[in-house]
Design a protein around this ligand. Structure first.
Ligand code: ATP
Ligand code: MG
Length: 379
């Protein structure tokens, strides 16, 4: 698609990256409430199913909705394996924050704040400068204290507030260090000028961390669920982007995309991205099914590989979920698929542990919308 000056019009729908600014749709209420909490140093637990937009929302707030002087620390805990990884990620988050403008000034400041942690300058995979922290295994306790105490004292001395985000916080449970939660609590509860935001999608783990009265994190953060973007707001956002390329998306057509996405923000963006590339002026239902078919074909190899990692009963349970909505354990369904109700239940529970299935309103559902569509296409 060419613009008047001959340049290709870039596809405005983005689905594998964080979105902020012009690429970010709505979330006005979420932003307002979160900013209010962050400004008042109230800790928040932000949770939703995967790919609803938690990380994008955090970056939207960091980029456009906090006072310039507010220190923003983003700590991604995805894939950490032990408590040293945890510390390194925290140190990395602090070193990448807006502590000071300019890399040299920040380097100097980090040297003043931290004595036990050395930061060396390197390049990330995009060639951007990043600080790499060095933490000696023997110094865990001292480094832990230094990271949290010295940083909080520094902020206080500067009269600055901060927001500290732990993304994918449930990962803390997967490193087998239960004492880490208690240690963290002892720090966090005294930091009255820092708002801690914990995000994640494994709700059963997060519930256990934050809602269980016997656990250190009990009532340490206000829980807030991120819901799907409201249909009409999302429709206007998408239709406007199609319009700029002289394509028409009717509200009815969008309703189908929205229904097929089952609330997942990324899926809507991906379908629209594919539709944008199609040579079609007025988008109809057939076009939508066509691009979903295309996505299914592209997903064929990775999903077949995933299926190979499952047991026969787990594969059957997914097939049943893709084909049947209700009464999964009824005699008619179990005999139709030749599986005993207790075996089906066991298979579904093991699929829940693998995050392939979740429970909502007492019903089992397939977690990944693209997997669900692919399974349906295999019927
Ligand atoms: N406010 C938004 N407006 C438009 N698209 C959005 C918005 N938020 C998220 N998206 C879309 O959803 C995708 C996933 O967003 P993001 O990575 O922020 O979700 P997440 O909830 O953090 O996912 P995960 O649980 O996998 O970490 C983005 O790449 C983008 O396509
Ligand atoms: Mg995320």
């Amino acid at each position: 698609m060419r613009q008047p000056w001959g340049l290709l019009m870039k596809n405005p729908f983005k689905y594998n990256v964080l979105v902020t600014g012009n690429d970010f749709c709505d979330r006005e209420n979420d932003i307002q409430e979160l900013v209010e909490k962050i400004e008042n140093s109230v800790n928040v637990l932000l949770f939703s199913r995967r790919r609803y937009g938690k990380t994008s929302l955090i970056f939207e707030i960091f980029t456009h909705h906090l006072d310039e002087n507010f220190v923003r620390v983003y700590v991604d805990l995805f894939g950490i394996n032990n408590e040293y990884d945890f510390l390194k990620r925290v140190a990395k988050g602090i070193s990448a924050s807006n502590l000071k403008k300019g890399i040299k000034a920040r380097f100097k400041e980090l040297g003043k704040i931290f004595k036990r942690i050395n930061f060396s300058l390197g390049l990330d995979q995009d060639g951007q400068p990043v600080f790499k922290p060095e933490i000696k295994q023997s110094d865990f306790d001292e480094c832990f204290d230094e990271l949290f105490d010295n940083f909080a004292a520094y902020l206080e001395g500067q009269g600055r507030q901060a927001c500290f985000v732990f993304d994918e916080f449930q990962q803390i449970r997967e490193i087998g260090q239960p004492s880490l939660e208690a240690c963290l609590r002892t720090k966090i509860q005294f930091h009255t000028h820092i708002a801690y935001v914990f995000t994640g999608s494994k709700t059963h783990i997060l519930t256990d961390i934050f809602i269980d009265t016997r656990k250190p994190f009990y009532s340490l953060a206000d829980p807030r669920e991120l819901k799907p973007i409201p249909e009409h707001k999302f429709y206007l956002f998408c239709a406007q982007r199609f319009q700029r390329a002289k394509k028409e998306l009717s509200e009815d057509a969008f309703a189908l995309i929205y229904k097929l996405a089952r609330g997942e923000t990324r899926f809507v963006q991906k379908v629209c991205h594919y539709l944008f590339n199609e040579k079609v002026k007025a988008i109809g239902q057939d076009d939508i099914y066509k691009v979903i078919q295309k996505m299914n074909l592209e997903n064929d190899a990775p999903f077949k590989m995933l299926m190979q990692t499952l047991t026969a009963n787990q594969r059957l349970a997914l097939k049943i979920l893709a084909e049947e909505q209700k009464n999964l354990f009824s005699t008619s369904i179990c005999s139709k698929y030749s599986i005993a109700p207790q075996s089906l239940r066991a298979a579904l529970n093991s699929l829940m542990d693998k995050m392939l299935v979740y429970r909502d309103d007492q019903q089992y559902k397939i977690y990944d919308v693209e997997l669900e569509h692919w399974l349906a296409s295999q019927a």
